[in-house]
Each structure stands twice: as C-alpha cells, then as structure tokens.
Design a protein around this ligand. Structure first.
Ligand SMILES: Cc1cc2nc3c(=O)[nH]c(=O)nc-3n(C[C@H](O)[C@H](O)[C@H](O)COP(=O)(O)OP(=O)(O)OC[C@H]3O[C@@H](n4cnc5c(N)ncnc54)[C@H](O)[C@@H]3O)c2cc1C
Length: 391
C-alpha cells in the first residue's frame, strides 16, 4: 500500500509542521493548565485552509484526502496538544458527517464557519445509561410538523463549554435503525448544559439536558435508518483520535531521547546503557507500527471512511502505543519524570483518556475478535426462552 505523498501534499504538510512548531509549540505546555481554545491559532488554521482540509471546496474546505487531514492532526498534536484537540472535531468529527450525510442547506450553513475557525461543534452520543452500549441510548427525537422535539440527557460531551453547536445522537424510533443525528444550537429553547467538568487530561466536558428542546426540522441530519453511515463517520473520528495521540506520544519520545543523550550516570550518558537503548527501540517500534495501521485504515477506506475493523485496530494500537511511549518517557526521566512541573505526566494523561474515549479499547477488541472468528459476538444477555421459563 502506497502512503507516499504527492509534492503538493508534502508541501502542505511541511507548512503545517512549520506553523505548528514556530507558532503553536511555544507555550504549548503552559496551555495544559486551562485547556481553553486558542482562538488565534484556530483562526490562523482557518485562514491557511487547514481546518477544512478534507471538506468540500464549495463549502470553504480544501477538498483533500482524509489521509491529509489525519496527518495534519498528528502534526498539530505534535506542536500543541491543546490546539490540536480543538481542531480535531473540524478535521474529522461532526464536520465529516455533515459533509457526507447533511443536506445542501446544512452544508452551506455549518461547514464554512467550521473551515474558517469561527465556529465549533461538539459531538454528543454517550448517556448515563448508554456508554459502551451506545445503541441503548434513550434521548428521544420526535418530529412534529416542521420541528423536532428532543427529550433526554447526555454525559461526557467534550468541548461542550466552548461549542456553538452540538451534533446529538437521538432516537427517532426503536432499534439501531431508529438512531439518528440532530444539530442543536447552544441557545436552543429547552436545551441546557451542566456545570463544567474535566477529564483528567484537562479537557472540559458537560452534561446536556433536553427538556422539550425545539430544533427546526432542517437541522435533522439523519432521522434514523442510516445507522451504518453514522458509525462510519465515527470510524473516521476514531482515526482522528489515533492520529492525535500519536502526535502527543512523539513529543514524549523526543523529550526522552534528548534527556537520555544529555543525562550522565556512572560517568556515562544514559544512552550507553543497553536497557535504555532497548526502551528507545521499543518506543520507536510501537509508534511506527501504530502509524502504519492508522494510515492503512484511512487509505483503504471506502469514500474516505475507514471500516469499523480497521479504525478499531488503528485506535487500539495508537492509544496503547501512546500510553507505553509516554509512560516509558517518564521512566527514562527518573525522578524528573515524576515531577508535576514537567509536561510528561500530562502527555501520559492526554494519551490515557483515549483508551476510553471513542469506544473503550476492550469493547473495540470484542468487535475485532468477532471479525476474526467470523461472527458478531453478542454482548447482550440472550432473551430467556419462554418455553423453558417457570410457569
Ligand atoms: C476523554 C473522553 C472524552 C469523551 N468525549 C466524548 C464526547 O465528546 N461525546 C460523547 O458522546 N462521549 C464522550 N466520551 C464518552 C465515551 O465515549 C465513553 O466513556 C465510553 O464509550 C465508555 O462508556 P462508559 O464511560 O459509560 O463506560 P462503560 O460502558 O460503563 O464501561 C465501563 C468498563 O466496562 C467495560 N465494558 C463495558 N462493556 C464491555 C464489554 N461488552 N466487553 C468488555 N468490556 C466492557 C469497558 O471497557 C470499561 O472498562 C468521552 C470519554 C472520555 C474519557
């Protein structure tokens, strides 16, 4: 499989790296303390055409391949994880669902402000009783005339405090086919947000409450019947998360490499010791192999949408690699690595939350195992056999 970039693509990526390292890396570690959206960075990325990298040109995007968007996320995360975190949702998440499944009116209305960095979306699927079992979600969407009425509650909506719009998964009818997606504006009547909570990466999230929230019918993206399409868009987001943590892990790798070259013990640089060398080699191998799985998932996707299987494998490999690399980088720094003043423990926390976010790695592994043995492995209890039930 060919992952080589054309001249133009390589130039764009070079530009992203240059802007990232020169403009976003200074102060990147200080930004971890408040984890606020760096508006100037997002505007600059909008002006440079980076935010809408793979979105259609007619709606303000650059019309490039999803692979370019994923490589961009990795570069941005390598420069500044906070900036990249806010860019992530435009580069892969709700924006791509709207681009692929939205009406022309929705695309014209919502994509240009995402591309120029003036608007932000959050995505909300998880509910208090429907986490891994997402298809148990209960938030109801009822179409009445030219309105859609929402009732229910969501949890763990990342980026909610700063989002202008929310892509909310809701139930229009029974079963998986009854699940659809609706765009909800922050100021929608009947829609409220909880106080701000934080994941231990520092990222802010809110609960969302819908109490007869009224959304115009024109903001319904999918009114059920297209669950596969919804999940396919989510596979791309999962790949975005994988790219993100690989960029974060690369920072930790660089810091560790620099440290073991400079630090001397027993009269020699740490790089002279074989245990240290082995750690460096292992960090390199897991990072590079996770990258290959990720790029393959994207390149062989159908219409830019990776399969559930490929995106699960890529996300598991990348998040496990990132946790290993950030953890080993802390270890190689000895006592210095355990310091809260160093960014290393934060890089570890940023990587670690993605073993849960985007579907936990264990649940994704179950899906992979099902594909390996050639059948869906049901996670649900079998319905009791009525014939055997006690009378
Ligand atoms: C940093 C972060 C950001 C997030 N951002 C968002 C967001 O923006 N929008 C959103 O909607 N949600 C978001 N989430 C929520 C996330 O998608 C859920 O936390 C995740 O899907 C798991 O659901 P849960 O927390 O209810 O855990 P549960 O489903 O209750 O799982 C608890 C544990 O049980 C295990 N488990 C459950 N079922 C199985 C099974 N069948 N086989 C094996 N193990 C199982 C899980 O692996 C896990 O270890 C975010 C979460 C985090 C941590």
């Amino acid at each position: 499989m060919d992952f080589r970039l054309g001249d133009e693509e390589a130039e764009i990526l070079e530009m992203v790296r240059k802007v990232g390292q020169e403009r976003f890396r200074p102060g990147a570690f200080e930004r971890r303390h408040d984890f606020e959206p760096p508006e100037d960075h997002l505007r600059l990325l909008g002006d440079l055409g980076v935010l809408g990298m793979s979105l259609p040109e007619e709606y303000g995007g650059a019309g490039r391949r999803e692979l370019d968007a994923v490589l961009t996320i990795e570069e941005l995360a390598y420069a500044c994880p906070v900036t990249a975190n806010f860019a992530l949702l435009t580069l892969t998440g709700p924006a791509s669902l709207i681009a692929k499944s939205g009406s022309d009116e929705q695309k014209a209305r919502y994509l240009p402000p995402l591309c120029d960095g003036s608007a932000r979306f959050a995505i909300s699927m998880t509910e208090p009783e429907a986490g891994s079992a997402l298809t148990d979600l209960k938030t109801r969407a009822e179409i009445r005339g030219d309105e859609c009425i929402l009732n229910g509650q969501k949890i763990f909506c990342s980026g909610a405090p700063h989002a202008h719009h929310f892509l909310v998964f809701a139930r229009f009818g029974p079963g998986t086919d009854g699940i659809g997606a609706v765009i909800v504006h922050r100021d929608t009547p009947g829609f409220t947000l909880s106080a701000v909570h934080r994941h231990f990466s520092g990222e802010a999230w809110c609960e969302l409450f819908f109490d007869d929230a009224i959304v115009p019918l024109s903001d319904v993206v999918i009114a059920g019947g297209q669950f596969r399409q919804l999940m396919a868009a989510f596979s791309l987001e999962r790949c975005g998360a994988a790219a993100y943590v690989l960029g974060v892990a690369q920072i930790a790798f660089d810091l560790a490499k620099e440290y073991v070259e400079d630090r001397h013990q027993f009269g020699r640089p740490l790089t002279d010791f074989q245990f240290v060398q082995r750690n460096l080699a292992d960090m390199y191998i897991v990072l590079e192999s996770a990258r290959l799985l990720l790029y393959r998932a994207i390149v062989r996707g159908d219409d830019g949408l990776p399969s559930r299987l490929d995106s699960s494998a890529a996300k598991i490999a990348a998040t496990d690699a990132a946790c290993f690399v950030t953890d080993t980088a802390m270890q190689l720094h000895g006592g210095t690595g355990m310091s809260m003043e160093m960014p290393l423990e934060w890089l570890y926390r940023v990587a670690r939350v993605y073993q849960v976010a985007g579907g936990t790695n264990d649940v994704l592994r179950s899906g992979l195992a099902g594909a390996i043995v050639g059948r869906g492995l049901s996670q649900r209890l079998a319905k009791p056999d009525r014939a055997l039930a006690p009378k």
